[in-house]
Ligand binder design. Structure first.
Ligand code: PBE
Length: 266
């Protein structure tokens, strides 16, 4: 192997995130689809991946990470997605809101707000950037809500206010979901609900909503990323549809790297 090749410089490691994430299954599929036999996908966490990326970027070293958009990393660094002609990472997707059966009867106002929740990648990225700059997530959520009263009014339109009913939302500690979950939680609180947030792994997130032990989540990436979980639980879930259109998953590298496609890693 060429000692200067990207593989040699990165020790043939792709920096991954939590093992259960859909993007990890997609990255393993990419390793097969593109026959990257020398390469390994390193498991870790979203936070550790971001730390590795910063370290490499600050020293202009090569690095390959599993990355997704929207994400603050694209507003903070000059990065690019590697082309994925085999579509191992699927295509542009939507994030869905999913609630438990019976929520509509038990808390109709909260159900309506969750059902009407929809925003754009740019909105989400604003909240993500504030959180990455160390603003408390609930403060960042509140700031975005105050600046976007028109959008929030569309979500709460026609919704009955709550009387302190408890609403339990689950999420995974991905930067995207920390942002969205905090925003919708704050809107529900401002409309009379007592909201509790629980951070879980992706499997338990779907399972909890399906078995009714929690009320809902705004974190289902479909049709591809979370397909495995969605298929398993779909008969026991209420899918309220898209809350954000235009996500993307893939392998992400700094723009200073001389590589454009996943095929180039072979
Ligand atoms: N992500 C962010 C998740 C969905 C949200 C792309 C890291 C995943 O791969 O499961």
């Amino acid at each position: 192997k060429d000692g200067n090749s990207i593989g040699a410089q990165t020790n043939y490691h792709i920096i991954g995130i939590e093992p259960g994430a859909g993007i990890m299954a997609q990255a393993n599929k990419a390793i097969k689809d593109y026959q990257l036999n020398d390469w390994q996908l390193a498991e870790g966490s979203s936070a550790a991946m971001a730390t590795e990326l910063k370290k490499a970027y600050d020293h202009k070293k090569p690095i390959i990470v599993t990355g997704w958009a929207p994400h603050w990393m694209f507003t903070t660094y000059d990065l690019k997605f590697l082309k994925d002609p085999n579509k191992s990472f699927g295509e542009v997707e939507d994030i869905h809101t999913i609630v438990r059966k019976g929520l509509k009867q038990d808390a109709p106002g909260a159900y309506t707000i969750l059902d009407q929740f929809i925003w754009k990648p740019d909105d989400m990225e604003k909240v993500m950037v504030d959180i990455k700059d160390r603003m408390d997530p609930s403060v960042a959520a509140d700031k975005w809500i105050k600046a976007n009263g028109d959008k929030v009014a569309q979500w709460t339109k026609g919704a009955d206010g709550g009387n302190g009913e408890k609403i339990n939302l689950v999420y995974v500690a991905w930067d995207t979901e920390i942002a969205s979950t905090n925003v919708i939680a704050k809107v529900l609180e401002q409309n009379g609900y007592d909201v509790k947030l629980s951070q879980v792994e992706v499997g338990p997130m779907f399972a909890g909503v399906a078995n009714g032990s929690v009320d809902g989540m705004v974190a289902a990436w479909l049709p591809s990323t979370h397909n495995k979980y969605y298929k398993q639980y779909k008969n026991d879930l209420v899918d309220l549809g898209t809350n954000l259109h235009g996500t993307k998953n893939g392998l992400v590298v700094p723009k200073y790297m001389d590589i454009d496609s996943i095929e180039d890693l072979k």
